[in-house]
Design a protein around this ligand. Sequence first.
Ligand code: SF4
Length: 89
Amino acid sequence: MTTIKELRKVFGEFCKKNDFQLNPDKEHLDMTLEGVMINEKNTGLRFCPCRIQTGDLKKDQWILCPCNFKQQETWQKEGRCWCGLFVKK
Ligand code: SF4
């Protein structure tokens, strides 16, 4: 199973060439990453930690992490993904 450290590294790499970064609030970041890891442990997939899965992968594909958060209202208004895992640089 993925560790928080590994997941932080993978998502950190994802941020490098983008206009967002991992949330600098380490406590919030680790809590969110842990939620992703729990979902991975329970389902085999890295689902969003703050949205409810339906059990239908066709519908749930939109909440695999990272999702298309730049299209979310929270990104436009607050500069963060829904869960605050990623924030604007
Ligand atoms: S809202 Fe954030 S934590 Fe949730 S899936 Fe999207 S990127 Fe991941």
